[in-house]
Ligand binder design. Structure first.
Ligand code: FES
Length: 248
């Protein structure tokens, strides 16, 4: 599916918590086949408003409807037209033979991981979700009931952390962007303490950077990597192998 511009209509708006709302977008069938990891760049205003498009992350898909999660403080209206560019980004690079998945939201809502939880449950993959800091405020009733939700963080740990890390086939984390460059190296260090081997693509971190163009043309969403090449979040992200990222 190629990235392209399209238009959608806001069909329904639901309050999810004091901080979050969910919006159902009526879309054509192609774009409604987004994969976990991919998102849409949206301009809900007139013309080119806002100048920098917002990254709308899908949390549920149902044929022509894509549900996204947005901050509660922004007003949207049913029937409102939205200009979209998508899909943006790559599907999460999952490891083969997955049986157990450890997801972590560290001081930020787990929104970018929600669509993946539904897919994993559907595929009978065991999912543990660690919520730390602000992520603890996320309404867990919005998650599939099969997901094991625990609270914790990198300093204090979380219940059964040795088992959950030992059994995990992959760890995918999203961190508060303000502290991301401290949190992700700390996560790598913690996982090295808890298990002997960290295979390729075992630890993915999400990078939700501003995306001025969304199609790999401007270089504005680059993440420096140890091989000297930047990865572009709009093409290669948002999930990057943390072992490859250069945290300086
Ligand atoms: S947003 Fe322009 S290269 Fe990624």
């Amino acid at each position: 599916m190629h990235t392209r511009e399209t238009h959608a209509t806001i069909e329904r708006i639901r309050h999810l918590s004091k901080d979050l709302q969910r919006i159902d977008l009526g879309l054509d069938k192609d774009l409604a086949r987004l994969k976990p990891g991919q998102s849409l760049l949206a301009r809900p205003g007139q013309g080119w408003e806002p100048y920098l498009a917002e990254n709308w992350i899908p949390v549920a898909l149902d044929r022509h409807i894509v549900t996204v999660e947005r901050p509660a403080g922004v007003s949207y209206l049913p029937g409102q037209a939205v200009t979209l560019l998508g899909p943006v980004g790559a599907p999460f690079p999952m490891r083969p033979g997955m049986r157990s998945l450890l997801l972590m939201a560290l001081d930020t809502p787990p929104t970018p991981l929600i669509l993946l939880t539904s897919l994993a449950v559907h595929l009978k993959i065991g999912v543990t979700l660690v919520l730390g800091g602000r992520a603890r405020e996320y309404p867990i009733k919005a998650l599939p009931p099969e997901v094991e939700v625990v609270e914790g963080d990198l300093e204090q740990g979380w219940p059964n952390q040795v088992t959950t890390v030992g059994w995990a086939d992959q760890v995918i984390a999203v961190a508060n962007p303000r502290y991301r460059h401290q949190v992700y190296p700390a996560l790598l260090e913690k996982l090295r303490q808890l298990r002997a081997d960290i295979p390729k693509r075992f630890v993915l971190g999400l990078f939700d950077l501003p995306m001025p163009c969304g199609v790999g043309a401007c270089g504005g969403c680059g993440v420096a990597c140890k091989d000297g090449e930047d990865r572009l979040v709009c093409l290669n992200g948002p999930a990057l192998d943390l072992e490859e990222v250069n945290f300086g």
